[in-house]
Write a protein that binds this ligand. Structure first.
Ligand code: ATR
Length: 273
């Protein structure tokens, strides 16, 4: 049976084994997918062992995405720019391809699952860490009017904006300087949500009929989801759909078969309700 796995630390609560086994059932693919606790210092040995034993593909999560980026023999363009890899694919010649399916997972969840438009829209990304870096190019590929990256440490947002400026209009801002502007779509890519925190966001940032998306997800609404509710977001989403969609894209890279994601998102939604 073809072997797949997700490596990370911590890994116990990963939903990936569940999602991939649902995909495998649905598409009648014969494969095994397990979660393995791999701390950063063990990454290289663990990946080598996995592929030497015949493993076909890996997902890498916190804190391994940058290491996976370094490890891959070749990278897709979106992985190159994101400087992070969440999917490793063993190719026919034995070499390892690195991709990052997080951004396309977000875009699919927005556009296909939730009818949120990106083309010609003004988009605000909160945060300038790895999560932001992973979503910028796939968003730019959908031709937004403009992307603004806001971050507590503005210099990090500036660096990021510069790196992606050849792909579309993108600028950096502090949170304070956002006051008076409005955005059609606000994406929270900070790690603040996880500790129940919020960046300092002015009132009025969300345009009428605007939508919000928290890349993080939890069983309870995150601080950002609660904020978005108060702002009257027409679509107020968290990262569960993105999680399933990034997995579907990895599954497609490995198996060349595209699972139907919507029933699986609905199932996971019903379980957390
Ligand atoms: P990740 O890989 O999840 O993006 P990261 O690279 O550590 O993690 O980046 C975390 C992001 O969340 C950063 O943009 C960070 O802002 P700074 O660069 O200014 O540190 C942001 N962040 C974390 N906690 C925050 C908080 N309480 N308020 C605002 N931004 C926060």
């Amino acid at each position: 049976m073809d072997q797949y796995a997700v490596f990370g630390s911590p890994i116990k609560h990963s939903k990936s084994p569940r999602i991939h086994s649902l995909f495998a059932q649905e598409t009648q693919q014969n494969l095994a997918y397990k979660a393995q606790l791999v701390p950063a210092e063990k990454f290289e040995t663990a990946v080598k062992d996995f592929f030497t034993a015949g493993g076909k593909g890996l997902n890498c999560t916190v804190p391994l995405k940058e290491l996976a980026w370094q490890y891959a023999d070749t990278l897709t363009e979106r992985a190159t720019l994101s400087k992070a890899v969440n999917t490793l694919v063993r190719q026919k010649d034995g070499s390892i391809l690195g991709d990052n399916t997080d951004g396309i997972g977000l875009v699919s969840d927005l556009m296909i699952n939730n009818n949120v438009l990106i083309k010609q829209k003004r988009i605000l990304i909160l945060g300038a860490g790895g999560a932001s870096r992973g979503i910028i190019l796939p968003l730019q590929n959908e031709s937004p009017r403009e992307i603004v990256i806001a971050n507590r440490t503005v210099s990090k947002a500036e660096t990021l904006a510069q790196e992606f400026s050849h792909k579309g209009k993108i600028t950096a801002s502090s949170y304070q300087d956002l006051a008076g502007q409005s955005f059609d779509l606000i994406l929270n890519a900070t790690s603040a949500s996880l500790s129940g925190d919020l960046p300092p966001l002015a009132e009025g940032l969300l345009a009428e009929k605007g939508s919000c998306y928290d890349l993080a997800y939890a069983n309870e609404p995150t601080a950002f989801v609660n904020w978005a509710e108060k702002q009257g977001a027409i679509k107020n989403l968290d990262g569960l759909g993105m999680l399933v969609e990034q997995a579907a894209e990895a599954f497609y890279l490995w198996r060349q078969v595209r699972p139907d994601t919507q029933p699986i998102i609905a199932l996971l939604e019903s379980e957390r309700a």
